[in-house]
Design a binder for this molecule. Structure first.
Ligand code: S6P
Ligand code: ZN
Length: 176
């Protein structure tokens, strides 16, 4: 592979790699309850633009995630969340726009909430699952980098979830 550059212009982002789009109907099972008001609209909850890099040890995948503002009933829009399949692989997020929380947890039950916003860097160590939550009324946009061979284990989170959820209650952000 040869060195390359891509544009970070957020008005027209395309890294020429995978473009993942997740709509309400694709991921509604991750939320505490279903929301009839979203059934017909089936809005895009988030999208991810990845770099065109082989999923091989030695490479790094970089990406931009755009997590749209909104709620499923009182629960803020969020990503599915995952452990890396190769568990001893870390990840770095750099906040570009918006405000959010990165929920992090380990299989032994440790839990941490990291704030992400413009110019804030979040370090997700090896063995920590991670899920982004948009707690603001604008898109949450962040850049990320992780080892290309890491892989994604969604199954563990699908089965046991995160220990905490993030809600909007009376205009306040509540983690419970
Ligand atoms: C990949 C990295 C992000 C997420 C993206 C969507 O390791 O953490 O690119 O994939 O933010 O989240 P999820 O949980 O649906 O993959
Ligand atoms: Zn990850």
């Amino acid at each position: 592979m040869r060195p390359f550059t891509v544009s970070m212009n957020l008005d027209n982002i395309n890294f020429n790699g995978n473009h993942i789009v997740r709509r309400y109907e694709d991921i509604k099972s991750i939320f505490k309850s279903t929301d009839i008001s979203l059934e017909g609209k089936n809005p895009v909850i988030y999208e991810v633009f990845e770099s065109p890099v082989p999923e091989q040890q030695g490479h790094l995948i970089f990406l931009v995630t755009i997590l749209y503002p909104g709620k499923v009933n009182e629960e803020f829009f969020m990503t599915k969340g995952h452990y890396h399949t190769v568990e001893n692989t870390a990840e770095v997020y750099l906040g570009i726009k918006g405000k959010g929380l990165i929920l992090c947890q380990t299989k032994s039950g440790d839990f941490e909430v990291a704030e992400i916003s413009e110019n804030r860097v979040v370090y997700i160590p090896p063995f920590w699952a991670h899920r982004a939550v948009n707690i603001f009324d604008e898109p949450l946009i962040f850049f990320g980098i992780y080892p290309a061979h890491a892989g994604h284990d969604y199954e563990t989170i699908a089965q046991s979830g995160f220990v905490k959820r993030v809600f909007s209650k009376n205009g306040r952000v509540v983690i419970e």
